[in-house]
Design a protein around this ligand. Structure first.
Ligand SMILES: Nc1nc2c(ncn2[C@@H]2O[C@H](COP(=O)(O)OP(=O)(O)OP(=O)(O)O)[C@@H](O)[C@H]2O)c(=O)[nH]1
Ligand SMILES: [Mg+2]
Length: 346
């Protein structure tokens, strides 16, 4: 494994691929390797691309990767949950990417199937991104399907989060989850070649206005040609980033250079405002807590006979024991290693 680390750091793509498999399977060797790689991380700019199924995330990631390659930057791509039950579009998107980007040593693509718990996916994604970071990629694009809490967890690795919408989804305000809007640094209405793109842009801006007083002021002043103005003006107040709303047609590369510019603007903002330090610290703190939580849970469950927990659940189900009392009794076994389930006094 140590050889693998050395080869990976020297730029071997084979070593990278093998390492990622180890990491995804969470082998003990992977843990050792991650420890060795950690000091080599923290250099890549990590871009999360999330949004509803079929909005064109993979196509955008593909277009972005090409744009960054044209700038001479190396690009790692992580696609999480590539088996969207809704569209099957990801697999197609992945295939298109493979064809267009394969053979370019400056691009590395990894698709991760969703499996296991949500926490497990978030953790595996974080580790995969970290390995790519250590392998020296300038840009890492992380695609996740925005269909629940998972994307919010996964974008907690990203420095810039791009939220993708498409016409027809966006006009229905309900379709845009408030949570997803909160994590957006850049909003993209893709499939701008389709009817309704302008309405979707308007709907997103209206939602941004609701939650963003400073945005309201800017929108009021610059109604009309908002796209260019916002991207240029977002340094007016150094402490505040207003997510720009862009239109793209990923399939014919329209709006991609503007998107690259918006991401670059955000990167500069995050660095110049000093937000980057706080962001990184916050992510690492969160990671530490998550890992501790998982480790403690695992360790605790190891000490507990499965039947004891099943008994406890039966008691709770029968309303003989309330859940918090159950937890207190479980915790008591840490000091006194036999579990006595005591039902509520009635
Ligand atoms: N008309 C049009 N079609 C697009 C555009 N971008 C993507 N598509 C098409 O939309 C479909 C889904 O695109 P994907 O890039 O796979 O979308 P995705 O968001 O990655 O999909 P999932 O990963 O399944 O959620 C494909 O058939 C694309 O060719 C666009 O800008 N305009
Ligand atoms: Mg996809």
């Amino acid at each position: 494994m140590s050889d693998l680390v050395t080869s990976l750091l020297a730029g071997s793509r084979r070593a990278l691929a093998r390492m990622l498999t180890q990491v995804e399977n969470a082998t003990p060797e992977a843990q050792q390797a991650l420890e060795k790689l950690f000091p080599h991380t923290g250099n890549a700019w990590i871009i999360g691309v999330t949004g509803a199924p079929g909005t064109g995330k993979s196509s955008l990631v593909n277009a972005l990767a090409k744009a960054y390659r044209a700038q001479g930057k190396t690009v790692g791509i992580v696609a999480v949950d590539p088996t969207s039950p809704f569209s099957g579009g990801a697999i197609l998107g992945d295939r298109i990417r493979m064809v267009e980007l394969s053979g370019d040593a400056g691009v590395f693509i990894r698709s991760m199937a969703t499996r296991g718990s949500l926490g497990g996916v978030a953790r595996a994604t974080r580790d995969v991104v970290r390995v790519m970071d250590a392998a020296g990629f300038d840009i890492i694009l992380v695609e996740t399907v925005g269909a629940g809490q998972s994307e919010v967890d996964i974008v907690r690795t990203a420095h810039t989060t791009v939220v993708v919408e498409a016409p027809g989804l966006g006009d229905d305000v309900q379709a845009i989850k408030a949570g997803i809007l909160e994590i957006a640094d850049v909003l993209v209405v893709n499939k701008a070649d389709r009817p309704g793109a302008n309405q979707t842009v308007r709907a997103l801006r209206a939602m941004l206005e609701l939650g963003h007083p400073a945005a309201r002021e800017q929108f009021a002043r610059h109604h009309g040609r908002l796209i260019e103005i916002e991207v240029q003006n977002n340094h007016q107040d150094e402490s505040l980033w207003i997510p720009p709303v862009l239109q793209t047609t990923a399939t014919n590369n329209t709006g991609i250079s503007e998107l690259v510019l918006a991401i670059e603007s955000h990167r500069q903002f995050v660095i110049e405002s000093g937000t980057i330090t706080a962001l990184q610290k916050q992510y690492l703190e969160l990671e530490l807590y998550e890992r501790l939580q998982q480790a403690l849970m695992q360790r605790f469950l190891q000490t507990m006979p499965k039947t004891a927990l099943a008994d406890m659940i039966n008691h709770i189900e029968a309303r003989q024991l309330d859940p918090q009392r159950a937890v207190n009794q479980l915790l008591a076994t840490l000091d006194q290693p036999s579990l006595n389930i005591q039902a509520n006094e009635s």
